[in-house]
Write a protein that binds this ligand. Structure first.
Ligand code: NDP
Length: 405
């Protein structure tokens, strides 16, 4: 039915490509374009080996997604209906520019972040609203798990369970073990920038700033474990409090083990997480980029990864019956199952599957509408059906408060 371009060939792209290969009645021709084409070739070789029955036709190309004219040529040569951007947040705006110029739809899994400022927010991408609308094109922002599925979970709470949501807690637990002393589960540069930044949550109409990892509590993650979890700032909070104005407080919690925090503290203490370039043997090198080159690639963690992820959203407020209510919507995914299915670890899998689903719902028309959209603005029902069908079954827990005030 549709031709698409996937940009990037890292851990998440690997999953998106393989789920497109499984869903070959929707994704008939797929071009994986990235900076290091050998990585895209490896994904295609694995699809041929592990999914010989897929009818989707895969090709690869080299592209520098920081370069708009290069992207425009790539898109015009291939002629896709949409671009799935699973490169890095730094490339969001150049890829959106190229989509506007060539008249194709756009989807990504993380909001724009300038390379030289440790700051991410939707304002840059929301500023494309009129241009996408005028061209009759859709841009779907942040359609991974968090951001992404967490916003669909919130929309589901609002549509099916609550008159008004007052308190929202997004919880993200990785209870897996990859056996390495220190590694990040997705792009190390983006991940470390996110965790070493100050925390922030929404309360009574304003942002409350915290020190990095200042606030924590033990949270029970159903079917998985009780884990110490820390308040972080996460990008979907920005759009959720905008689109659900009844929310009085919105927080995002993530689990980190003691060893992870110890490594991170040391790396930060000696300056290895800095984005400020230093002079090294006549070259300018940002320490965090060097660190990325030293750390294991996220996709290399997949073989032998054990344990589960559990990501969910707890809402508290006034239920549809007018009574106080608390409700939890979540998914549990096993790392080893992900590896068996698509040679990926759970964090890449839980991001890549919602990205494929978002693209499918756009291409099939259920979600397609001109403009720039966040996931919670769209109907959660077809998304829930597709999550259950494509490997991320959703569970619900009523009347138990997992995250305390
Ligand atoms: P990786 O680092 O594994 O992969 C990134 C890929 O992008 C690499 O193949 C890289 O190429 C490519 N790339 C980087 N710069 C360019 C460029 N200028 N031109 C072309 N290609 C480029 O990251 P992940 O797969 O782990 O993450 C991908 C995206 O998913 C990120 O934006 C991340 O923030 C997001 N994410 C979202 C989550 C969610 O739940 N919403 C969770 C996890 C990740 P090369 O191989 O040459 O370096």
């Amino acid at each position: 039915m549709s031709k698409v371009i996937i940009i990037g060939a890292g851990g998440v792209a690997n999953v998106v490509a393989k789920k497109c290969a499984q869903n070959d009645s929707v994704f008939t021709e797929v071009l994986i374009a990235t900076r290091t084409v050998a990585k895209a070739d490896k994904i295609v070789a694995e699809i041929k080996e592990h999914m010989p029955d897929s009818k989707a036709v895969f090709t690869t190309a080299t592209v520098d997604a920081d370069n708009v004219p290069e992207l425009v040529k790539l898109i015009n040569d291939f002629g896709p209906k949409m671009v799935i951007n699973v490169a890095l947040p730094y490339q969001d705006l150049t890829i959106m520019d190229a989509c506007l110029e060539t008249g194709v739809h756009y989807l990504d899994t993380a909001n724009y972040e300038p390379k030289d400022v440790a700051k991410f927010e939707y304002s840059w991408q929301w500023a494309y609203q009129d241009r996408f609308k005028e061209k009759g094109l859709m841009a779907l922002l942040g359609c991974g798990f968090d951001p992404g599925a967490t916003q669909a979970f919130t929309a589901h709470h609002a549509k099916h369970h609550f008159q008004e949501i007052h308190y929202l807690d997004i919880v993200d637990c990785n209870n897996g073990n990859h056996g390495k002393a220190f590694a990040t589960n997705f792009n190390p540069e983006i991940n470390i920038r996110e965790i070493t930044a100050n925390g922030r949550y929404w309360e009574n109409g304003q942002w409350v700033e915290t020190q990095p990892l200042e606030i924590s509590q033990d949270i029970y993650y159903p079917k998985v474990a009780t884990r110490k979890s820390f308040v972080l700032y996460h990008e979907e909070l920005e759009s959720l409090v905008k689109h659900f104005p009844t929310i009085k407080r919105a927080r995002f919690w993530m689990t980190f083990g003691e060893a992870y925090i110890k490594h991170l503290n040391v790396l930060e203490g000696i300056g290895m997480t800095s984005i400020e370039p230093i002079d090294f043997r006549g070259m300018k090198v940002a320490p965090i980029e060097f660190l990325k080159a030293v750390l294991p690639a996220p996709e290399s963690l997949a073989a032998g990864y054990s344990g589960q992820t559990c990501i969910g959203v707890q809402a508290k407020g006034i239920g549809k019956d007018g009574q106080p209510k608390v409700h939890f919507v979540y998914n549990v995914k096993d790392h080893a199952d992900c590896y068996r299915e698509v040679q990926a670890q759970g964090v890449s899998y839980t991001t890549g599957v919602p990205a494929m689903i978002g693209a499918m719902l756009m291409l099939q028309g259920e979600w397609m509408q001109p403009g720039v959209w966040n996931v919670e603005q769209l109907d959660p029902d077809p998304f829930f059906d597709a999550m259950n069908q494509w490997g991320l079954p959703i569970s619900e827990l009523a009347d138990i408060e997992l995250v305390k005030d």
